[in-house]
Ligand binder design. Sequence first.
Ligand code: NI
Length: 388
Amino acid sequence: MVVRNRIAEMASEVAEWRRDFHAHPELRFEEHRTAARVAELLREFGCDEVIEGFGGTGVVGVIHGSKDSKGRVLGYRADMDALPIIEATGLDHASTNPGKMHACGHDGHTSMLLGAAKYLCETRGFDGKVVLVFQPAEEGGGGARAMLDAGLMERWGVQEIYGMHNWPGMAVGEFGVRSGPLLASADKFEITVRGKGGHGAMPHQAVDTTLVAAQIVVALQSIASRNVHPLRNVVVSVCALHTETETYNVIPDSVHMMGTVRTYDKEVQALVQERIGALAQSTAAAYGAEAELNYLGGPPALINHEAEADLAAQVAQEVAGVVHRDFDPSMGGEDFAEMLEARPGCYLLIGNGDSAALHNPKYEFNDEAIPVGVSWYAEMAEKRMPLG
Ligand code: NI
């Protein structure tokens, strides 16, 4: 791995910013402290423009290269939000906001991009502009959409956009860069089952909503196995069941279900939506209950653009020496997909070593990855927008 001296020098400072963010996690569109700190640092580095409150709690920084002869503009995006998880790492810099945690490493993503900003402000060894995008609300809040709707791409003339996510299980110092599909569309849905509440000992007088909900959970699994073509990928998961009762002997009047649909295929996505509604309603009807589907949608599949992925991989190869190219796509979701629908670009995975999984209460971003990520951003700007 090749790390420039200056980047190696600043790695511990970047890790300090990261640990500070980690100790002060904020949920979607509430990233006020985080955004203020990001903007403060960008100004300290000497960014040419720093805009706060862009698309909610987003921050945009612009760095001019030492030349701007061709009008080239490169966008880099990092996410800033945390998750509603109770941290169980026991670390010195663990969350001080109960029930909130940086369990997806967005503290690391934001800090690595800040490190790159500091380096690029000092060196400016490129011909064009770098637009730094600090996005709020990646975790199901529509932060990418909010920044796009605020005119992110048009206002600064962004021509290409790149982003990075840490990946547990991949060695630190390695990258994963996949052309084409990387992450799936991630729709949310809710089903409300309404029946007739009653005494748990006298079910014949009630319409049992928990039984209906259970049958719906089972019925929905027939979509993947019996409705969708066996060679196409889809996941339908029911992840939450809520009733208004919390006791042993009351049949609830209603049950609220929440779940997610993942696929790479827009036709499959439409089919699944239709089947969820039909199965929920007809299953409920068979038991004398009613079911209502609220299909909320979500970000589209994340598809990396081929030429930009190749370039990102080339830079990753120079920085890290190990780049995985032919791994399987994931059924995870990521709203950076919306930015890649607006502009060509690539989303890279950066190794986080043998850590706990993303969204696990024991997860921790690996600070050893910081110089690797910062180096990639620096190298990419200089390679994509070379001087002279
Ligand atoms: Ni994440």
